[in-house]
Design a protein. Sequence first.
Length: 308
Amino acid sequence: MEKPETEKHGGAMDEKVCLITGATSGIGKATAMGLASMGASVVMVGRDRSRGEAALAEIKEKSANASVDLMLADLSSQEQIRRLADEFKEAYPQLDVLINNAGLFRSKRITTADGLEMTFAVNHLAYFLLTKLLLGVLRASASSRIVNVSSGEQRNGTINFDDLQGEKGYTGAKAYSQSKLATVLFTYELARRLEGTGISANCLHPGGRVPVRTNFGSGVSGVFGVMVRALRPLMISPEKGAETSIYLVSSPKVEGLSGRYFVKKAEARSSDVSYDERIARRLWEVSAELTNLPVKTCNQTLPFPGRE
Ligand SMILES: NC(=O)c1ccc[n+]([C@@H]2O[C@H](COP(=O)([O-])OP(=O)(O)OC[C@H]3O[C@@H](n4cnc5c(N)ncnc54)[C@H](OP(=O)(O)O)[C@@H]3O)[C@@H](O)[C@H]2O)c1
């Protein structure tokens, strides 16, 4: 089968190794498909073996690219994130692209095996921990790119340091918008800490004015669930939703750009609070504590993995 033209997305990915979380459905799966079609070696991360294997087989067949791999990890478990990072590092000496994409919405507060609130754990702490654990292999590549999938909902978010885990007052919307603001704050802080290393870090909203038609929110009850189901016919396709992620990791146009927020492949302004460096530093420190990473190392300007 003929490979799709790489120019379609703006850059050849033949030599690149890309790891994508949440690659079993929706935007992540479409991103994995897009990158595999551009010739990249793609490592899909999923939490469910049968969903993962089905997506893997489909992507291999449709992209005509055999260099697609599946690794399993439930990203709500820090132990599994650590095992995933080890498994990846054993199999691959370098990483050119890391896309933290997995995400969820929970109307009711539930906790993870680590005792953390689920939305904050999966949508923020998993991005933080996986990125930190993979910085060594990201540095092994001449220039590598980290992309974190946020949401337009970051605009409605506040970081409530007195109740990050939603123990005092939980609503799904509050937890989700806080986690997506955390993604933006984390990306900007990461970009500052990675300055001069050749690793870029950017984040994005995958939709536009309308959401992307994925499994997101499909099993959710309450107002959010009703809204998601009502909007479904108007939503854009997962392929369209994956365009900005693919653009950010493949296009020469964004080479060297770091610490930015994108919507529809264009740089956009995120919420005012997302630019607050004190909040970003504090969130970094709390995230390091909650993921049992040495806070001191995380505070260093350049988080060289060898220093731990
Ligand atoms: N859809 C939109 O309009 C929209 C808008 C703004 C932002 N986003 C963001 O886009 C990202 C992708 O969402 P989507 O719309 O493509 O939704 P989706 O179809 O539900 O995909 C979410 C992915 O995350 C994975 N995931 C969820 N919890 C996980 C866990 N504990 N461990 C490992 N993987 C887990 C899911 O795995 P399973 O297949 O096993 O469930 C799935 O692959 C999310 O970060 C979301 O917040 C989406």
